[in-house]
Design a protein around this ligand. Structure first.
Ligand code: NAP
Length: 301
């Protein structure tokens, strides 16, 4: 990477952001593509910092930026324009800076579809899916399954009111998809058992000792199980689902795809049809993750 007077910044903003894999993935892609851009992790701890950053992004030569927890919902309110999928998801994870205007997108949902297609050869059209969680990532997943014409969706959350509020946002766009909401109860167990695909959209699994977000007994052999969590490595859900004969995948491929789709938006605006190098981004993310596991901590970010 050669930084000079023409280098344009991109960023991933969030809190905490020190362990984000996005700078490694994005900078590897920019180098491969010959783009004179750099991606920086920027710690944005609160709403005040978010407002200050967005004003700076309007005035400085930012190409765009990615938004991670906890600002994806707030960012939707701060953009000048929000793409339909991001409106439906209620969250913005990608912003394109264009002539002082901030255009918000959500690439998590399409990233999930891309990951399911590439890793699991799974097309949601006409299938039954169960999504656990009702936050920003779940909103993106629900939007993606509407887009992909899933037949049935069960939305499961410990706070069932939140699941209902999420579905209210998209109820006019369901195009015949059947939806049900459940708390973590017996009806959820039945919905999970019926599903062709089960998605974890909660952070349960990010802790080394975390259990599965749902009882493993709810799963059955032959299902596809996708865990959006990708750190610290294999989660209890992925490990146990594989053990009982389901096809189980971690969220790393989704992370790579949502980042690649952000680059596609930023670079494609000038170049038309465009595809960021997913394989290079994934390798960069894997190298970065391996560094976290250096025993003496010397490689920790
Ligand atoms: P969020 O908006 O904070 O929502 C979290 C959801 O998880 C809520 O529905 C919450 O339930 C539920 N939850 C939290 N702790 C729980 C627990 N102990 N037991 C049961 N449910 C629990 O978070 P988010 O932005 O949706 O992100 C969720 C996860 O997806 C994170 O781990 C994030 O890293 C991951 N993610 C991955 C990718 C990827 O590319 N792989 C992309 C986006 C997000 P309540 O409503 O009841 O509080």
């Amino acid at each position: 990477m050669h930084i000079n007077g023409h280098t344009r910044p991109t960023a991933v903003i969030g809190w905490p952001v020190a362990q984000s894999l996005s700078p490694a993935m994005h900078n590897a892609a920019y180098a491969d593509l010959g783009l004179n851009w750099v991606c920086l992790p920027l710690a944005v701890p609160d709403q005040r910092a978010l407002l200050a950053f967005t004003e700076a992004a309007r005035r400085l030569p930012f190409v765009g930026f990615n938004v991670t927890m906890p600002h994806k919902q707030a960012m939707a309110e701060l953009c000048d324009e929000v793409a339909t999928l991001a409106q439906m998801a209620g969250a913005v994870n990608t912003v394109h800076c264009e002539d002082g205007r901030l255009i918000g997108y959500n690439t998590d949902g399409r990233g999930l579809l891309e990951a399911l297609a590439d890793e699991a050869d799974f097309n949601p059209a006409g299938t039954s899916v169960a999504v656990v969680g009702a936050g920003g990532a779940s909103g993106a997943a629900v939007t993606a399954f509407i887009l992909a014409k899933a037949g049935r969706l069960a939305l499961i959350n410990r706070d069932v009111d939140r699941a209902e509020r999420l579905l209210e946002r998209v109820e006019n766009r369901l195009h015949g998809m059947e939806v049900t909401t459940h708390s973590l109860d017996a009806s959820a167990a039945a919905a999970v058992r019926d599903a062709d695909l089960v998605v974890n959209a909660t952070p349960v699994g990010m802790g080394i000792e975390d259990p599965s977000p749902i009882p493993i007994e709810w799963l059955r052999p032959g299902q596809v199980v996708f865990d959006m969590v990708y750190r610290p490595g294999t989660t209890t859900l992925v490990r146990e689902a594989a053990r009982i004969g389901a096809s189980a995948y971690s969220g790393l491929s989704m992370l790579v795809a949502q980042g690649a789709l952000a680059i596609d938006i930023w670079a494609g605006a000038d170049r038309g049809q465009f595809r960021a190098p997913r394989d290079i981004m994934r390798s960069a993310a894997e190298v970065e993750m391996a560094a976290w596991h250096v025993p003496d901590g010397a490689g920790a970010p």
